[in-house]
Design a protein around this ligand. Structure first.
Ligand SMILES: C[S@@+](CC[C@H](N)C(=O)[O-])C[C@H]1O[C@@H](n2cnc3c(N)ncnc32)[C@H](O)[C@@H]1O
Length: 259
């Protein structure tokens, strides 16, 4: 597994990925709704009104938060993902301030809640994650909250390192089939996911996209220590029940870090 070349992040979230993303990840799935309900619950508890989504992607969380009445600013590293999020925000008639930024260094004002969802922080190495925690803390007002999710390390251990089909859909007369293989390296504290995406056009032409992503994975105590050492006074981890874990998409824990 270790001989795979890691795909640069701007290739993983390019124009074509942004176009396919919502269908590939959220079609008919309640993952976003469940996560958004949990986020709102914890934002309410913190009394947050102004929110920064620091890895908004195509807008899966920021648009719902805006519709729920929060003042939202949304940033992402990928201009392709931001472009799609802006189009969706317009369709939903919500007023979100979008800008391109890296979560390690993004800045905002008067913010009581920051979110980063769907393992976006997993793309960071552990040093950059610590930098991001400090940056989130610096951006938050006192008692603010940083809510993010990460892979459930214990659940990953149960996913066999064999290729499986985790997406098989038609998008605009294109047949998109994705083959995924997950390799969790507990010792290294990371997870390598290889994806082979076959796109068959209406004409029958077949294209293949191959990518390999390395995600950082944290044990519970390691996460608690990191969060507390980098600008937060308390941390709660909402660990999903192992019984609920049926796919990589469900293998997440939500971390609520309070300043
Ligand atoms: C799996 S997507 C999640 C997007 C969205 N939160 C969702 O749930 O659909 C991960 C996102 O993190 C963004 N990302 C990765 N590294 C980043 C960084 N250093 N700063 C800001 N965004 C980053 C990617 O561009 C991508 O849009």
């Amino acid at each position: 597994m270790t001989n795979h070349e890691i795909t640069p992040i701007d290739e993983i979230f390019d124009d074509e990925a942004a176009e396919l993303y919502d269908m590939m990840y959220f079609n008919g799935d309640s993952f976003t709704t469940q996560t958004n309900e949990l986020i709102v619950k914890h934002l309410e508890q913190a009394g947050a009104k102004n929110i920064l989504d620091m890895s908004c992607g195509t807008g899966s969380q920021c648009i719902e938060l805006s519709l729920a009445g929060y003042n939202v600013e949304a940033t992402d590293l990928s201009n392709s993902m931001l472009k799609r999020a802006k189009e969706k925000a317009k369709l939903h008639n919500v007023d979100i301030k979008f800008k391109q930024a890296d979560m390690k260094s993004v800045t905002t004002d008067e913010c009581q809640g920051i979110i980063s969802i769907f393992n976006s922080i997993g793309y960071l190495n552990k040093e950059d994650f610590a930098t991001t925690l400090r940056n989130a803390s610096n951006n938050l007002e006192p008692n603010g909250v940083f809510i993010f999710d990460t892979f459930h390390d214990k659940a990953l251990a149960f996913i066999p390192a064999v290729e499986f089909v985790d997406c098989d859909i038609m998008i605009d007369k294109k047949h998109v089939k994705r083959f995924t293989k997950i390799f969790f390296n507990k010792t290294e504290g990371n997870c390598i996911i290889t994806r082979r995406i076959e796109i068959t056009e209406e004409s029958g032409d077949l294209r293949e996209i191959n990518e390999c992503v390395q995600f950082s994975v944290y044990e519970e105590q390691e996460m608690i220590d990191l969060v507390k050492e980098n600008g937060f006074s308390s941390v709660e981890i909402v660990r999903q029940s192992m019984l609920e874990l049926r796919s990589i998409k469900n293998s997440m824990n939500l971390v609520i870090a309070k300043k």
